[in-house]
Design a protein around this ligand. Structure first.
Ligand code: WT7
Length: 642
C-alpha cells in the first residue's frame, strides 16, 4: 500500500493513509492551540493514574508542574495495564550481534515477571524510592528491564551509554551520587567482546557505588570483588514475580540523564513521572501512528534520550512491540540493518541521519536489493536530515510508499516537540514540520521579536510548557536558569537551536547556536573535549570546533597550543586523540589536531571558536573588533596553508 504522495513539491498522506491514521483531521491543531492545558489534560486520561490530579498545570516561572497531586507508575502503565488483553503479545524482541545466536522475545507477561523479580531484588538490596541507580549496560533486554524495575520501585535511574569510557562513567556517577550500578560482564561489538565490567570497575573508583549488579551476557572473564559484586541472575532467580508498583507523585523524579552542554561538565537533566509519561505516550502514538500490530525499531541506544523515550517507554506504554539490536548496523555485513528489518517484519523504522547517510554510501546501494514490504513509516532524529538524504531514505528504504517523520526534540524536552503527523503531513525534505498539538514553538530574533517567515532566528518554546520538558539540572539550579531561562527571560524556554519557518509555517532546523556539536547524532560539548586535551602535559590550551562531515554531519577538530619543549609530531597528535577517546569516548575523538602558536581570544580572554570555524570553512570573518590578538589569525591561516 502507498501511504504518501507528492503534490506541489510537498508530500502528503494518501487517502488510504488518512483512513488508517489515528489522527488525520487538522482541527486537532486548532483545538489544542485554543486550550493547550485542556488538551494535555484530556490526553493524560489515557494513562492509568492511581490517584487523579488536583490541578492540571501550575506555573511559577521558570518552574512549572503538571498533573499536580496525581499518582501513577510508568512501569504499571507499560506492563500491568496490558496484562488483560496483551498478556501473550510480544513486547520486546532482542537481536543479538552474533548471527549464530538466536534472538529472544518477551511477551508482555514475561517482561512483567522479569521486571518484578528485579524490582524485588533491588528492594532487598536496600534500594528505596528516590535512590539513584546507575545503569551501564549494552543493548540487551536487561537494560530495559532494569529501567522499568527502577521505575517500579521509585528508584531514579541514570543510564550511562555503554561506549562511554570509565572516566565519563565516573563523572556521571559522582555527580548523581549513585550507590548502585547495574552492568554486564561484556557484550559483542563488531565480532569482539568488549569487557564492560573492567570499565565499570575502573569507573566506580572514587564514587559512592556500594553494589554492582552484573548481568552475564558475553561470558568473558572478569575480575570480581566479593564485597561489591553480585550476579544479576543470582540476585533475581528466587525472587517473586509480583512486586507492587510504588505510587509515584506526578512530580517525583523518574530519571536523570546526562547530556553535554556548553561547559566542560555534563548536565544531569531531570525528568519527572507524570508529564514525561504523558508526553512519551502521546507523541509516540500520534507521530509514529502506533497500531496494534506494529513492530518499532528505534535504533537509538538506551543511553540516549531517544532510547529512553522511543526504544523503551513509548512503545510499551502503547502496547506495541519494540525491537532492540546489540550490534553495529553494518556488521558482519553492510546490510545487517536491512536484514533485521526484513527478519523481524519491522513496520516503523526510526533512526538518525548519520545512519541514513551511511546506508546510502554503502557499496552498490544495498537498500535497492530489499523490498522492505513491512515498512509503513520512517523516522529521523538527532541532527538535520538534509534534503538529499531525505530523498534517498524516502526512495530506497521507504520505496516512495512511506512517510518520513523528521522529529525535532532534545534530551531536555523528554519527547518529540516538532514533527509532521503521518495522517496530516505535509512532509517536506529538510523540514521537521509543525509543532506537535499542544506545543507552542516560535522563532525569535535577538531582541525577542517573532521572526517573519523565511528569517532565521532562535527556536524557543512558549508556555504552557510541554509536560515532558525538563524540571531542572541535578544539583545545579544556576546552570538550569542560565542555560534555558536567561536568554529571553523566565517565561520562554531557549532551545539553543537556530531555525526558520517556510511560507506554510513548517520549521527547518539550522543547528546549534552554542558550543555543542552533534557528531553522528551524538551530543558533545566542545568544552568537554577541550578539558580532555588540556589534561595532556604538553598542552597549554585548546579550542574545539565542529566542521561538516559527509557521513557524521559534523566532526570535532582541535586547535592546540603546546608548552615549550613539546614538539609537533604525529605521535603527539595520536596521543591527544587517544586521550579524548579514553576520557570521553571514541565518538569524541578529534578528526584532526592543528597545532598553533596562539588562539584567537577576546579581551576578556574568551576563546573565539566561531572565528576558528570561519577560518576553517573559508568564510568571511566578520567583526573582529573584540579580538585581543588579531595577529593570531594570519598565523593560523599560514599553518592551514590558506
Ligand atoms: C539537539 C538535541 C532528542 C533526540 C536526540 C538528540 C538536534 C534533534 C533534530 C532534528 C535537526 C535535530 C538539535 C537539538 N536535533 N533532532 N530532527 N533535526 N536537528 O537529543 O542529544 O539532546 O540533542 O539535537 O540541535 O538541540 P540531544
Amino acid at each position: 500500500m502507498k501511504f504518501v504522495e507528492k503534490r506541489n513539491g510537498l508530500y502528503f498522506p494518501t487517502k488510504e493513509m488518512k483512513k488508517i491514521a489515528l489522527i488525520s483531521n487538522k482541527k486537532i491543531y486548532k483545538e489544542a492551540r485554543e486550550n493547550p492545558i485542556k488538551f494535555w489534560e484530556e490526553q493524560a486520561r489515557q494513562i492509568v493514574w492511581f490517584k487523579p490530579w488536583e490541578k492540571v498545570y501550575l506555573e511559577e516561572p521558570p518552574y512549572f508542574r503538571w498533573f499536580v497531586g496525581g499518582k501513577l507508575n510508568i512501569s504499571y502503565n507499560c506492563l500491568d495495564r496490558h496484562l488483560k488483553d496483551k498478556k501473550d503479545k510480544i513486547a520486546l524482541i532482542w537481536e543479538p550481534e552474533p548471527l549464530e545466536e538466536k534472538p529472544r522475545a518477551f511477551t508482555y507477561y514475561e517482561l512483567y515477571k522479569q521486571v518484578n523479580k528485579l524490582a524485588n531484588a533491588l528492594k532487598k538490596l536496600g534500594i528505596k524510592k528516590g535512590d539513584v541507580v546507575g545503569i551501564y549496560l549494552p543493548m540487551i533486554p536487561e537494560t530495559l528491564i532494569s529501567m522499568l524495575a527502577c521505575a517500579r520501585i521509585g528508584a531514579v535511574h541514570t543510564v550511562i551509554f555503554s561506549a562511554f569510557s570509565p572516566e565519563a562513567l565516573r563523572t556521571r556517577l559522582q555527580v548523581s551520587e549513585a550507590k548502585f550500578l547495574i552492568t554486564a560482564d561484556g557484550y559483542y561489538r563488531r565480532g569482539k567482546i568488549i569487557n564492560l565490567k573492567q570499565n565499570a570497575d575502573e569507573g566506580i573508583k572514587e564514587t559512592k557505588v556500594e553494589k554492582v549488579i552484573v548481568v552475564k551476557r558475553a561470558g568473558n572473564e572478569i575480575s570480581w570483588n566479593n564485597e561489591k559484586d553480585v550476579w544479576y541472575e543470582d540476585l533475581t532467580k528466587n525472587e517473586s514475580d509480583e512486586c507492587k508498583p510504588e505510587e509515584m507523585d506526578s512530580e517525583d523524579l523518574l530519571f536523570i540523564l546526562f547530556t553535554s552542554g556548553t561547559s566542560g561538565t555534563p548536565k544531569g537533566i531531570l525528568h519527572t513521572c507524570g508529564g514525561y509519561t504523558v508526553q512519551a505516550y502521546l507523541t509516540g502514538k500520534w507521530i509514529f501512528d502506533f497500531h496494534e500490530k506494529d513492530v518499532l525499531w528505534c535504533t537509538s541506544d538506551f543511553g540516549w534520550i531517544t532510547g529512553h523515550s522511543y526504544t523503551c517507554y513509548s512503545p510499551l506504554l502503547n502496547g506495541i512491540t519494540t525491537l532492540i539490536f546489540e550490534g553495529a548496523p553494518d556488521y558482519p555485513t553492510p546490510d545487517r540493518w536491512a536484514q533485521i528489518i526484513e527478519k523481524h517484519k519491522v513496520t516503523i523504522f526510526y533512526t538518525a541521519p548519520t545512519a541514513i547517510r551511511m546506508f546510502e554510501r554503502m557499496n552498490g546501494n544495498i537498500a535497492k536489493k530489499y523490498e522492505f514490504k513491512t515498512l509503513r513509516l520512517l523516522g529521523s532524529v538527532g541532527e538535520v536530515l538534509d534534503e538529499a538524504s531525505w530523498l534517498w531514505y524516502f526512495k530506497n528504504v521507504g520505496k516512495e510508499r512511506c512517510p518520513i517523520v523528521d522529529t525535532w526534540w532534545q534530551t531536555e524536552t523528554g519527547g518529540i516537540l516538532i514533527s509532521s503527523l503521518p495522517g496530516i503531513g505535509p512532509f517536506k525534505p529538510g523540514f521537521v514540520g509543525l509543532p506537535f498539538p499542544g506545543v507552542k514553538a516560535e522563532i525569535l530574533d535577538e531582541e525577542g521579536k517573532k521572526c517573519e517567515k523565511g528569517k532565521q532566528g532562535n527556536l524557543v518554546v512558549l508556555p504552557p510548557f510541554p509536560p515532558g520538558l525538563l524540571r531542572g539540572i541535578y544539583k545545579d539550579e544556576k546552570k538550569y536558569l542560565e542555560t534555558y531561562w536567561s536568554k529571553y527571560g523566565n517565561k520562554i524556554y531557549f532551545t539553543s537551536d537556530a531555525a526558520f519557518k517556510d511560507e506554510n509555517g513548517l520549521i527547518r532546523i539550522v543547528g546549534r547556536v552554542d558550543d555543542v556539536i552533534k557528531v553522528a547524532g551524538h551530543r558533545l560539548s566542545t568544552g568537554e573535549i577541550e578539558n580532555a586535551l588540556n589534561s595532556h602535559e604538553g598542552v597549554v590550551e585548546s579550542a574545539v570546533v565542529g566542521v561538516p562531515d559527509e557521513i557524521k554531519g559534523e566532526v570535532p577538530l582541535a586547535f592546540v597550543t603546546l608548552k615549550p619543549g613539546f614538539l609537533v609530531s604525529e605521535k603527539l597528535e595520536e596521543e591527544l586523540k587517544e586521550i579524548v577517546s579514553k576520557k570521553i569516548s571514541p565518538i569524541a575523538k578529534p578528526a584532526k589536531i592543528i597545532f598553533i602558536e596562539d588562539l584567537p581570544k577576546t579581551r576578556s580572554g574568551k576563546i573565539m571558536r566561531r572565528v576558528l570555524k570561519k577560518i576553517l570553512l573559508k568564510e568571511e570573518l566578520g567583526d573582529l573588533t573584540t579580538l585581543a590578538n588579531p595577529e593570531s589569525i594570519e598565523k593560523i591561516k599560514k599553518v592551514l596553508g590558506l
